[in-house]
Design a protein around this ligand. Structure first.
Ligand code: AMP
Length: 118
């Protein structure tokens, strides 16, 4: 069984969060430390730790995450200019919370995809 994270608590509404969308498969809420005018996290309700742990059973939720991202981008008014969807995976990917999530970022030019550090 996956370890419970802060995101599972948000999904179950046990801790406060600005939830912008929720259905039977996924939950979307605003990032507490936004990196762009729109910064929403979209998570499967089921706690899969990382992209590397996704199984065939998770495919409906992963597909829903993308369609919800596109709908939220329309609602946020960022769809026309464009936006970025990011999955960070494990330590080299910069993942901090081990409940799989997709970042929806937009509202300003986001620049090059990677900020490389030596
Ligand atoms: P990652 O580095 O891909 O694991 O991203 C984790 C993200 O979760 C970061 O952008 C954090 O700002 C965000 N975050 C951490 N705790 C919370 C929280 N309680 N509510 C909303 N966002 C959070």
């Amino acid at each position: 069984m996956s370890e419970d994270t802060i995101f599972s608590k948000i999904v179950r509404r046990e801790i406060p969060s600005e939830i912008v969308y929720q259905d039977e498969l996924v939950t979307a809420f605003r990032d507490v430390n936004p990196q762009a005018p729109t910064h929403v996290l979209i998570v499967p309700n089921k706690a899969v730790p990382t992209v590397a742990d996704v199984g065939a059973d998770d495919e409906p939720a992963l597909g829903r995450m993308v369609t919800v991202a596109a709908k939220l981008a329309e609602q946020e008014g960022i769809a026309h200019d464009g936006y970025r969807l990011i999955f960070n995976c494990r330590s080299h990917g910069g993942q901090e919370v081990y409940h799989l999530h997709m970042h929806l970022l937009g509202g300003r030019p986001l620049g090059p995809m990677l900020h490389l550090k030596s």
